[in-house]
Design a protein around this ligand. Structure first.
Ligand code: 13P
Length: 251
């Protein structure tokens, strides 16, 4: 059985003080919710404050990005060993990173390898644009992203990863994919591609989240889908109602 995982991607929101205050406000209620892994992914500079706030709870901490090199002349970047004192997870290849910061499948692949080498669990993001969706290219595009992301990895490494299927047209738009739509793509395309590449046993182990306008009202519908193992939540992870969202994910 795969343990569901709900991660909040706070994106570029909250100062260190506000992030710690918010974590303190909701951590106890979240800590009481059994049967689900919970992760906060705050902005990089707020990670130490959030990690300190959630210490001693079940809540994990993740970064939103990371460089694949160990160190060096990469202005503005963060290396894996800078994250590991505070983080257990790292979001890699988010569509906003791909769209606004030029991230490529090849770079995402390198980052996954570096993260795993440092014991960080990658949350690997994939998902198609509206144009691709309307052109009927979702399966081929997303399957290609999954194939490229995990190229050269062992089945054992892939099983440790979390994958987030986030259709770009559903992110921050309030226009979420239907649970049936998301469940079918996650099952057939994402898990199906992992099964083809790494075998059915690995595909049965890897946890796959839905992301895109997930909230406390629709989360239960997604969780009904047998192939959906949780959510990567943006806007709805910034408010205290995130507690309700996590609760509704496990009932
Ligand atoms: P929203 O939940 O705000 O649509 O964001 C989804 C997302 O991009 C999470 O990584």
């Amino acid at each position: 059985m795969r343990t569901p995982i709900i991660a909040g991607n706070w994106k570029m929101n909250k100062t260190a003080a506000a992030a710690a205050e918010f974590a303190n406000e909701i951590k106890e209620a979240l800590n009481d919710i059994a049967g689900v892994d919970i992760v906060f992914c705050p902005p990089a500079l707020t990670i130490p404050a959030v990690a300190a706030a959630v210490a001693g709870t079940k809540i994990g901490v993740g970064a939103q990005n990371m460089h694949y090199e160990e160190s060096g002349a990469y202005t503005g970047e963060l290396a894996a060993n800078m994250l590991t004192p505070f983080c257990q997870y790292v979001i890699l290849g988010h569509s906003e990173r791909r769209e606004y910061f030029g991230e490529t499948d090849e770079g995402v692949n390198k980052k996954i390898k570096t993260a795993l080498a440092h014991g960080l669990t990658p949350i690997v993001c994939v998902g198609e644009s509206l144009t691709q969706n309307e052109a009927g290219e979702t399966h081929s595009f997303v399957s290609g992203q999954v194939t490229a992301a995990f190229a050269g990895l062992t089945a054992a490494d892939v099983a440790l990863c979390v994958i987030a299927y986030e259709p770009i047209w559903a992110i921050g738009t309030g226009k979420s994919a239907s649970a049936e739509q998301a469940g079918a793509i996650i099952g057939q395309t994402v898990r199906g591609t992992i099964a083809n590449l790494f075998g059915a046993a690995t595909a049965a182990l890897v946890r796959i989240q839905y992301g895109g306008s997930a909230n406390e009202k629709n989360i239960a519908d997604y969780m009904q889908q047998p192939d959906i193992d949780g959510a990567l939540v943006g806007g709805a992870s910034l408010k205290a109602t995130f507690v309700q969202l996590v609760q509704n994910a496990v009932v």
